[in-house]
Every structure is written in C-alpha cells, then in structure tokens.
Design a protein around this ligand. Structure first.
Ligand SMILES: Nc1nc2c(ncn2[C@@H]2O[C@H](COP(=O)(O)OP(=O)(O)OP(=O)(O)O)[C@@H](O)[C@H]2O)c(=O)[nH]1
Ligand SMILES: [Mg+2]
Length: 193
C-alpha cells in the first residue's frame, strides 16, 4: 500500500449516515488516548490528517479516509474513557459495535493497545467479542518507543498471554519513530488483495 492518495471522506455520528460501502475497510479501535489517530497519521504519512490530542476522548465520531482509491481507513472513538459521561460512552459503544457488526465491507479491525500497559479488561472484551463474531482483527502494540528493547519483549509476552494471541499474530509499532509501519502496511496489503 503506497498511501500516496489520501482523502478525508466523512465524519459520522450515526449509523444511518455511514458513507457508501463501495471499498474494503480497515477500522482502528482501542482505548481512549492509546494512539489510534497517531498510528493512522504515521501509516498514511500525514502529520495531522487525523486529529490527535493529549487529552483523551478526542475522536468522537467514525472518521472515514479513502486511501489510494482502494480502501477506507476508519478512525473510531476510543473506549474506556472514564471522564466521558456514561450516556455519551454508551452512545459511542453502540455506534462502534453497531458499525463493526453490520459493515459488510469491513476486512479488518486493527486493535491498538499500549505496549506499556498490562492486559486490560476492556481490550480483552473487545478481542473476545470480535472472536465470537468472527470479525477479522489484528493486534498492534503501540508506543514501543517508550520502552527499551528488553522491556518491549517482556511486555509483548505479557500482553500476548493476557489476550491469548501468538507472537506472529500481532505487531509492535511506534507512531513517533515509524517502527513497525512497513510490517503493518504489508499485513493490510495482504488482507486487501
Ligand atoms: N511516544 C509516543 N507517543 C504517542 C504514540 N502514539 C500516540 N502518542 C501520543 O499519545 C497521545 C494520544 O494520541 P492519539 O493518537 O490522539 O490517541 P487516540 O487513541 O486517537 O485518542 P482518542 O481519539 O482520544 O481516543 C498523543 O499525545 C500522542 O502524541 C507513540 O507511538 N509514541
Ligand atoms: Mg483519536
């Protein structure tokens, strides 16, 4: 995937307003503030195409980007942000799960987890839910630049065990350095063939 042509398509707050499903899709999911938008910017080689914030809860809608006229990348709101009103959280949850469940063109959910954290219940729940629904997903452990090589390996093993994934079924990534970008693009390329 070259990501040479990237267009913003739409920002959607309701399942009724989803753009036409005319290309395969890759969605990016994860806890609030984990680095979903940053990962997408790095993948797409754009500094600030997708809005990034130090404050969690930045992305509140489904944001669709058309890449190389070949697929859509979809930035999802983060889950598990305690400071968001319960009502708002429930609405996001319904929006996200409704979208993931019903979108016929969805090829892959990239589930993004902070490499520094222990396996978290909400991530585990999402992964189990995707497995139960038979929705294809790929785990990415991000912010690897914040750890030493030794710590990276140790943390990755801890997360693998917690989520029940094999080392070959996940990738490490850094939005800051770009490490892992080529590997992730290659995986997505294979999926979109
Ligand atoms: N060092 C480092 N910082 C990162 C990385 N990825 C994201 N960040 C930082 O983490 C913060 C959150 O990044 P976002 O990309 O906005 O996270 P998000 O998951 O889209 O957040 P919400 O939309 O609020 O759910 C920002 O301050 C980023 O600069 C990374 O790989 N390395
Ligand atoms: Mg975001």
């Amino acid at each position: 995937m070259r990501c040479s042509e990237v267009e913003f398509v739409d920002s959607v707050f309701s399942l009724k307003r989803l753009p036409e499903a005319d290309l395969p899709e890759v969605a990016f999911a994860g806890r609030s503030n984990v680095g979903k938008s940053s990962l997408m910017n790095r993948l797409l080689n754009r500094k600030a195409l997708v809005k990034v914030s130090a404050k969690p809860g930045k992305t509140q809608s489904l944001n669709f980007f058309r890449v190389d006229k070949r697929c859509y990348f979809v930035d999802l709101p983060g889950y598990g942000f305690a400071k968001v009103d319960k009502k708002v959280q429930d609405a996001w949850q319904a929006l996200i799960s409704g979208y993931l469940e019903a979108r016929a063109t969805l090829r892959c959910v990239v589930v993004i987890v902070d490499l520094r954290h222990e396996p978290k219940e909400l991530d585990r729940m999402l992964i189990d839910w995707l497995r139960a629904k038979g929705i294809f997903h790929l785990l990415v452990y991000t912010k690897m630049d914040k750890l030493s090589r030794n710590e990276q390996a140790k943390q990755a093993r801890l997360l693998d065990a917690g989520f029940g994934v094999a080392a070959g079924d996940r990738l490490l990534f850094s939005a800051k350095t770009g490490e892992g970008r080529e590997a992730l693009l290659e995986r997505l390329d294979d999926l979109l063939m």
